[in-house]
Design a protein around this ligand. Structure first.
Ligand code: MRU
Length: 338
């Protein structure tokens, strides 16, 4: 990704330090942060300085490389990193891909995993952009671009590739309460990429579809079960139901590392529940540019904060991976991965 004329990845290894673009600060500030210990890597994932399923997989792989280089106990490091966030399977895939007992080998494997995720994200964009013709109006949810999947993205990679092929897609960016990954991160990425877009409240999609204003929905995924049921950011399921009701095709875009054949159906996916204060407040900057959290709910109220939901396979037209577009069924998915 290019920001202010410089090339960045969401996460990278730099001489024994894991560096990352701090996603808690975008779009207010663009800052590169550093993690020098296992705990700093884990904290960056838990507090969402680094987020998005493929990117946290790469972050976890570099976290293990860091622990190995520092001589930490690797079984413990694996456990600490694996427990940072439960829903995105890429985290465990990244750890399993690099786990070993030799620091140099772990680092080499982490770099290789990083490169393979970048290549997958770009290929997803190429396959998926065939679904977009000139001026297609696309709805997307959460953030699925450079920040969420190293360098290209998943659903957003499809949009970026279409834009670079001069198809001029128009994008409805669903704001994605409570962490606002849509309005903060996706809108910022779309602006940087020159894609024409508007931000909409999450609840607007059904109304826009009923008016014929949305042609296509594409979102990312945090875990795809063997039968195609897909966990993604809370609110995705509601967009999929609305799309079904209005005859709008709904696609998932994700690398094969997001498909978990060990999870038979969506019911078997653990759904992360986060701190209620994320729902009860909003975060932003004040006039001096300082980050502030402001409570918006009545002081007597509590909240439920489900971070993800599951969209059943029957609502999904297809899953776009680095190898093409696959039907969401046990048979087609296992053949696609073979
Ligand atoms: O809680 P987040 O922001 O990490 O959730 C991210 C999403 O739900 C994305 O849509 C998903 O990781 C897939 S796209 C890279």
């Amino acid at each position: 990704m290019r920001v202010n004329g410089e090339q960045y990845r969401a996460v990278w290894w730099d001489n024994g330090v894991v560096k990352y673009v701090d996603q808690r600060l975008i779009p207010y500030r663009f800052e590169v942060a550093e993690a020098r210990t296992l705990d700093e890597v884990a904290d960056a994932i838990v507090t969402m300085g680094v987020r998005g399923a493929p990117t946290i997989g790469v972050m976890a792989a570099y976290g293990l490389a860091l622990a190995a280089e520092r001589g930490d106990n690797l079984a413990n490091a694996y456990k600490v990193l694996a427990e940072t966030r439960p829903t995105a399977v890429n985290l465990k895939v990244g750890l399993d891909r690099v786990m070993g007992d030799d620091a140099e080998q772990i680092l080499a494997a982490a770099k290789e995993f990083d490169e393979s995720e970048v290549a997958a994200a770009e290929a997803i964009g190429e396959h998926g952009s065939k679904l977009i013709s000139s001026g297609t109006r696309v709805l997307t949810h959460c953030n699925t671009g450079w920040l969420a999947a190293q360098d290209w993205g998943t659903a957003a990679s499809v949009i970026f590739k279409a834009q670079r092929a001069d198809k001029s897609p128009f994008v409805f960016v669903s704001e994605t309460r409570p962490r606002l990954q849509g309005s903060r991160l996706t809108a910022w990425e779309m602006t940087n990429e020159g894609v024409d877009h508007v931000v909409i409240a999450d609840g607007s999609s059904a109304m826009l579809m009923s008016r014929g204003e949305i042609d296509l929905v594409i979102t990312g995924a945090d875990r795809i079960a063997a039968n195609g049921d897909t966990a993604n950011k809370i609110g995705t399921y509601a967009h999929a139901l609305a799309a079904k009701a209005h005859g709008v095709p709904f696609y998932i875009a994700a690398p094969k590392s997001t498909i978990d054949l060990g999870t038979p159906t969506g019911r078997d996916i653990e759904i992360e529940e986060r701190d209620e204060n994320e729902v009860l407040s909003v975060r932003g900057v004040d006039e001096s540019g300082n980050l502030q959290t402001i409570r918006i709910a009545s002081s007597g109220s509590g909240a439920r904060n489900l971070a993800f939901d599951v969209t059943p396979a029957e609502l999904i037209a297809g899953i776009i991976t680095e190898s093409g577009i696959v039907e969401p069924s046990v048979k087609a998915i296992s053949a696609h991965l073979a």
